[in-house]
Design a protein around this ligand. Structure first.
Ligand code: ADP
Ligand code: MG
Length: 380
C-alpha cells in the first residue's frame, strides 16, 4: 500500500510559473496547503500559494525548510537541477523522481527511453562534435532541425538546417553544444496526450489535443483533435506505455507528430502538466492540475471525460494589453490570466478556452476573437 496524502497536508511546488499557479489553485480548492519555491518575488504561483519561499532552486537552507514543511513535492518545469530533487527526496516524497527528470531534460535520453518503451522517435542523430556533423549528413534526411540536447523550450535552441552543407555552421551557431539533428517532419498534425499515473499504477489519460504552433510556441489546442480514431487510440496506448515503463507518478505530457495522417512519431515528453492540457480546466470533469494533486497524493485518478468541444488559445506578451471586451463579451469563453507583472515578447500571459457544441464553431470563435485582439493591438 502506498502512502496516501489527504487534504490538510502541504504540497510543495518547485517553480512559480503559471503551471504552478494553476496547480496551487486546484490543490487549495481541494483543501490542501501549498508551498512554492521560486526566486522571483512576482512569481505567478507564489501569489496564490499559502507560502512562497523566495529562494534559489539550489539554496540548501531553503530546500531543507521546504522538505520539512511539505508532505510531497512536485515540479512545474523541467529545468530544475536533478540534484535539487535528490536533496529533497532524502526526507520527503518527490514526484517526478530525479531520474525521470534527468531523462526528460535530455532530448537524446528521452528519445532512447521512448524507443525502448516501444514508441517511434522522429529519425535523429546525436551530434557532439564536428565529426558527428559529417556522420549525421548520411543518417538524417534534409531539411532537418538541429536542437540543443538540453534546456530548450518554446522552440528555443532550435535551428532549421535546409541542406547538408549548412549543418556545420548551424552546429557552430549553437555554440557546439551537444545537439540532436532531427528529420523535419511534414506535419499533417501535431497532437499531445496527457497521462496520469499514481503509485498504485492506476492510469488515466485526457482526450488527445490537436496543437497548432506559431514560431515554435503553442498557439491553439483543439479538442477533440481532428484525427482518426485509430491514431487517437494508438497515441493514448503509447502514452500509457511510456508512463508505465517510467514507473511514473504524476502527470506526464507526451507530444507526437503525425505524418501523412498515418505515421505517428514521438516528439518529446514533459514530466508535468502541459500548456496543451489547459483546455481541461473548463472542458473536462477533472482538470490536469487536480489530476496532478490526486496522483502525487496517492488518490485515484479523476474522470477525464470531455464535457464539451473546446479550443484553447494562448495569449502572449506580444499582444498586450488586449481589449478584454473582445473576449469577455462571449458567454462561452473562459479567460485565464497568470498575473504576470511584465509582458514580454513570447511570454505566456494567459489563455482562453472557447466552449461550443461543435468544434468548428469553437474554432471560428477562437479565431475571430484572436484576430480582433491582434488587430486592435496592431492599430494602436
Ligand atoms: P520545445 O517544445 O521543447 O521547444 P519541440 O521539439 O516540441 O521543442 O519543438 C517545438 C515545435 O517545433 C514543435 O511543436 C513543432 O511545431 C516544431 N518541430 C520541432 N521538431 C520538429 C520536427 N522534427 N519536424 C517538424 N516540426 C518540428
Ligand atoms: Mg514541444
Amino acid at each position: 500500500m502506498n502512502k496516501i496524502i489527504l487534504p490538510g497536508a502541504t504540497l510543495g511546488v518547485l517553480g512559480g510559473g503559471q503551471l504552478g499557479r494553476m496547480f496551487c489553485t486546484a490543490a487549495r480548492s481541494m483543501g490542501y496547503r501549498t508551498l512554492v519555491l521560486d526566486p522571483d518575488q512576482h512569481s505567478p504561483a507564489g501569489h496564490v500559494a499559502d507560502i512562497h519561499l523566495q529562494a534559489d532552486f539550489q539554496d540548501q537552507h531553503a530546500l531543507a525548510r521546504m522538505a520539512a514543511q511539505c508532505d510531497v513535492i512536485t515540479t512545474e518545469f523541467e529545468n530544475i537541477p536533478a540534484d535539487t530533487l535528490r536533496f529533497l527526496a532524502r526526507s520527503t516524497n518527490v514526484f517526478p523522481s530525479p531520474e525521470i527528470l534527468e531523462i526528460a531534460q535530455n532530448r537524446q535520453a528521452e528519445k532512447q527511453f521512448a524507443l525502448k518503451a516501444g514508441l517511434t522517435p522522429v529519425p535523429y542523430f546525436a551530434i557532439e562534435s564536428q565529426d558527428d556533423c559529417t556522420l549525421a549528413q548520411a543518417a538524417v534526411p534534409f531539411p532537418a532541425i538541429l536542437k540543443t540536447t538540453s534546456m530548450g523550450y518554446d522552440g528555443k535552441g532550435q535551428q532549421l538546417v535546409r541542406q547538408a552543407d549548412e549543418l556545420m555552421m548551424a552546429f557552430q551557431i549553437m555554440g557546439k553544444r551537444p545537439c540532436v539533428l532531427e528529420k523535419k517532419i511534414k506535419l499533417s498534425s501535431e497532437i499531445s496526450v496527457i497521462v496520469a499515473r499514481n503509485a498504485d499504477g492506476d492510469m488515466q489519460c485526457f482526450p488527445v489535443s490537436e496543437n497548432q504552433h506559431i514560431q515554435g510556441i503553442l498557439h491553439t489546442g483543439i479538442v477533440p483533435a481532428r484525427i482518426n480514431e485509430k491514431i487517437s487510440e494508438r497515441v493514448k496506448q503509447q502514452a500509457f506505455k511510456l508512463a508505465q515503463s517510467l514507473n511514473y507518478i504524476g502527470i506526464l505530457a507526451v507530444e507526437f507528430f503525425v505524418e501523412n495522417n498515418k505515421t505517428v512519431y514521438f516528439n518529446e515528453m514533459a514530466p508535468r502538466p502541459h500548456n496543451s492540457g489547459h483546455y481541461t480546466n473548463d472542458a473536462c470533469v477533472t482538470s490536469q492540475f487536480e489530476q496532478q494533486v490526486r496522483m502525487i497524493c496517492g488518490l485515484p485518478p479523476g474522470d477525464t471525460r470531455l464535457l464539451s468541444p473546446v479550443v484553447m488559445v494562448n495569449m502572449l506578451g506580444d499582444l498586450w494589453e488586449p481589449n478584454w471586451w473582445h473576449i469577455l463579451q462571449h458567454d462561452n469563453i473562459k479567460l485565464h490570466l497568470y498575473g504576470k507583472n511584465e509582458a514580454r515578447q513570447g511570454r505566456k500571459m494567459g489563455h482562453y478556452n472557447v466552449l461550443d457544441t461543435n468544434i468548428e464553431s469553437a474554432i471560428d470563435t477562437a479565431q475571430t476573437v484572436f484576430s480582433k485582439i491582434k488587430n486592435a493591438i496592431v492599430d494602436n
